[in-house]
Design a protein around this ligand. Structure first.
Ligand code: PNW
Length: 500
């Protein structure tokens, strides 16, 4: 009888645990931004030109509304307000990025800008004084133009230049910053940067993108090893990379194999070398591109190989998995003569496939982005199955609309539904998720969408020189979850409407 009671009791406990709607005590909540998207001050003081400055000034037509990040949210002047917003939401951390040419105007470490380095020092101090942890990204896409002129991410020497830059930053802020992201979304840097859309706007997706992939992984690893050897012993911080993961499902049963290869080329290309036990490129991908290159008449694979020494350098260069996730897409082969939208084939252009959706996945204000909360759980389970029991820090997740409403119910709903999947991943799949970052603290320059699509928890009035920021419903909801760790937390929004 006792045994029977114990069994019933443990079943009930299990059910209770499975349906828990609370995040554990140590779980951290934050919000993110990136330098070029918010700072403005594009030529303030001695700041050097970045590839995004050049891209939008030389080709204004690449941005849908012909806008740019010259002023953006003017966080170069309003950074105290940014900290106040994070504080008011009660978040644990703020993820922001450092503009390489603001700190190193020549791109090289020969000259450190006094104003540039002071800007980030002040920001870090203000965060810490308010009990907010800084999470700092070294590279969120604004490469010094001077280095682009020398080949940028296609030049293997960039691994040295990036390590030199990382050393400067670790020296300046390593005493105060304990969580570092080396590079944000190498897939966007390499695949959108080398298909002519994003800066530097070079059209070479079958060569440049892969040269970039190789060099960016080496650059990341060099910065990681530098920190590990010289800074970790005294500062005890953690370093990783943030990978953007499109979750893929086969459109039909016939598309399973293509979907697996699509995962290899878009997830595995930037994860397998760092996070797998063996290291190096995903074997099926390496084989596929080598064979295809041969058929095309090239004497070597368009995907450049790593030496054994390089494989060892990159393998294991992480302290956690930095995951940026927004959307799920279906994979199907391109029909004869069909051209796929460029945003839809970033990462997979090699494979002759394109992305679709399912009727039950709502669209957003971004061309590439459909809503499927379950995809976040599936992504994290896949990472666990492929690379083992990693600690995952979700470094971006968020929703885009036209920005017209302060009462952004769909964005609040998005956060709730995706956060629910985070809880399910932790409780049902035993995935170790250590924190969650909302993209983004406030509306900002959304790359080639300009200010047409908005991801902000706070609305920004870009017609006002002071760039006032106002919390949306989603900010109130997210703040309540961060404070209570309860997915169903109650909160106040004007008139106390809160049907979620
Ligand atoms: C990420 N795509 O960018 C970035 O890390 C942020 O800077 C950005 O604002 C955010 O997601 C929302 O877009 C992406 O075309 C840019 O698939 C483009 C794509 C994906 C992510």
């Amino acid at each position: 009888m006792d045994r029977y009671v114990a069994i019933v009791f443990s079943i009930l406990l299990g059910v209770a645990a499975a349906s828990s709607r609370r995040f554990p005590d140590g779980f951290k909540f934050g919000a993110a931004t990136a330098a070029y998207q918010i700072e403005g001050g594009w030529n303030a003081s001695d700041k050097g030109e970045s590839i995004w400055d050049r891209h939008v000034h030389a080709h204004p037509g690449v941005v849908e509304d012909r806008s740019n990040g010259d002023v953006a949210c003017d966080s170069y002047h309003h950074w105290r307000e940014d900290v106040r917003m994070v504080k008011e939401m009660g978040l644990d951390f703020y993820r922001f990025s450092i503009s390489w040419p603001r700190v190193l105007p020549t791109g090289f470490a020969n000259h450190i800008s006094e104003d540039g380095s002071k800007y980030y020092s002040n920001l870090i101090d203000e965060l810490l004084a308010n009990g907010i942890e800084p999470v700092v990204t070294l590279y969120h896409w604004d490469l010094p133009q001077s280095l682009q002129d020398l080949g940028g991410w296609a030049n293997p020497l960039i691994a040295d230049w990036f390590a030199d830059y990382a050393r400067v930053i670790f020296d300046l802020y390593g005493d105060r910053v304990k969580t570092w992201i080396t590079i944000n979304e190498p897939i966007i840097v390499c695949d959108l940067g080398y298909n002519g859309i994003f800066a530097p706007g070079i059209n070479s997706d079958n060569f440049g993108a892969y040269m970039c992939s190789r060099n960016i992984l080496l650059a990341h690893a060099r910065a990681y090893r530098l920190y590990e050897k010289e800074y970790k012993p005294k500062y005890h911080g953690e370093v990783s990379i943030s990978n953007h993961i499109f979750w893929f499902e086969p459109a039909t049963d016939q598309d399973m194999e293509l979907t697996e290869l699509s995962k290899d080329i878009s997830i595995g290309r930037y994860s397998h070398p760092i996070f797998s036990a063996k290291g190096g490129w995903p074997p099926a991908l390496e084989r596929y591109i080598a064979e295809k290159s041969k058929k095309e008449g090239y004497s070597r694979s368009r995907l450049p190989s790593f030496t054994q020494e390089e494989i060892e350098l990159i393998r294991g260069s992480y302290d956690f998995y930095g995951l940026n996730h927004y959307t799920t897409r279906t994979i199907r082969p391109l029909a004869a003569g069909e051209a796929a939208g460029v945003f839809l084939v970033q990462g997979i252009s090699e494979l002759g496939v394109t992305c679709g959706g399912r009727p039950e996945w709502p669209s957003t204000a971004s061309e590439w982005f459909l809503v499927n909360p379950r995809g976040l759980r599936d992504t994290m389970l896949y990472l666990k199955q492929q690379y083992g029991d990693l600690r995952i820090l979700i470094t971006e997740n968020g929703y885009s609309d036209s920005g017209a409403e302060l009462d952004d119910e769909p964005r609040a709903r998005y956060y709730k539904d995706y956060l629910e999947q985070v809880l399910l991943a932790m409780e049902e799949d035993d995935v170790k998720v250590i924190g969650y970052t909302a993209w983004t603290l406030m509306d900002n320059f959304e790359w080639t969408d300009g200010y047409q699509s908005r991801f902000g928890l706070h609305a920004v009035d870009f017609s006002d020189p002071l760039r006032p920021r106002t919390p949306r419903r989603s900010a109130h909801y997210y703040a309540a979850v961060a404070r209570t760790h309860d997915l169903d937390a109650t909160y106040k929004f004007p008139e106390e409407k809160q049907e979620l």
